[in-house]
Design a protein around this ligand. Sequence first.
Ligand code: FES
Ligand code: FE2
Length: 436
Amino acid sequence: MYQSQAVIGITNADKDPPFEQCVWPADALHTIPDWVYTSKAVYDREIDKFFLGESWNFVALEAEIPATGDYKRGYVGATPVVIARAEDGTVSVFENRCAHRGAEFCRHNQGNAKEFVCPYHQWSYDLKGNLQGIPFKRGVDKVGGMPPSFRNEDHGLRQLRVATRNGLVFATYSDRTPPLEEYLTPEIVEQLDSTFPGKKLKVLGYYRNELPCNWKMYHENLKDPYHATLLHSFLVVFGLAVAGVKALIYADTVHGRHGFMGSRKTKEKYASVSDDNKSQMRSFHDHLKLRDERFLDFVEEFDSPWSAIMMTIWPNMIVQRELNTLGVRQIIPNGPNSMIMQWTMFGYEDDTPEMTRHRLRQGNLMGPGGFLGVEDNEALKFVQEGMRRSTTDTNVIQLDAGQTGTTRGFISESCIRSMYAYYREVMGIPVAEATA
Ligand code: FES
Ligand code: FE2
């Protein structure tokens, strides 16, 4: 049943217009047209403007490549890169594309190497991506080979600018991207530092899943406190995010593109919700109890007022700290209708075995099948399907109307609006004139 519906679909040219036809509806602040999520032309422009443009893209934790020669494969936007630690201790990021004929030469997700050798014709590169050797460069018996003018220095792998902060590695294609801390803004840096205070990190594991939705929906989901109290039974029943708890939904004040949702769980293990609020929340169920109540323990270990903070760092990073479970998520865009989510769960190197156990136990909240993760994944899939196959074409974002940016209330779409104000400007998308 489901299959046949998915296959039939509909073709609706309005959902995939060329960029020149993309004009935002007149009430730009409170509407989002569907083509923002479904147009290939819009997607291509996003890749150029954001991921390959003046942005710092999160690519790795330093803890993943602690020793000389350690490397991992990663992505900047949809472009495959390699992140490697060289002999001098610095981290380099370069494209995973051989300078000869374009092979994606690095085939292992992680490892340790003295050099990178392309499997096709064995050109070799050092740990910073410089071309070292070309077999038969001078030909055989003076027949063939590269011209005398060919200089290895001119044919290294394409290298990106790199910035690191407290164990996080970022890369950018642009010379014009401002220094990392300026790009992030001071308030975002402060919140980032509560999870990454400079302590050495320990990777606990990975998840990786495809989500059949547009990459921006994931940003919106974490700037959308409204759904948190409605979709996520777990958050509500166990008092992690109930309408009315102490919370801050923050958007950076420079561009409105980065942000965080910070909240403080209730003292009690189980939330007490007023009858009035209860009647609004279909996902609230009285009398649900945990078999293992250690699951909700919160060990105070952060210099922060928040017991949970979910950060969105434009364009591709989510930082997740929910109680004592810690993770970073990297968004890898995959065409307008799909994205890959790469989750890295971690703790600190000086954690006791009990603390590691606790983090792993609590980690069941997250990941593609997590108590919270699974619901977002499903909801976002439904949204993309609804948009692609319908004939109506506008989304309504009127909660807390007129406001953009930071808010304290859960029933608000204010931070989604600030993100799209920034987005429209960088994308150069015109807004329709209001008709009287
Ligand atoms: Fe890599 Fe030829 S494609 S060496
Ligand atoms: Fe969610």
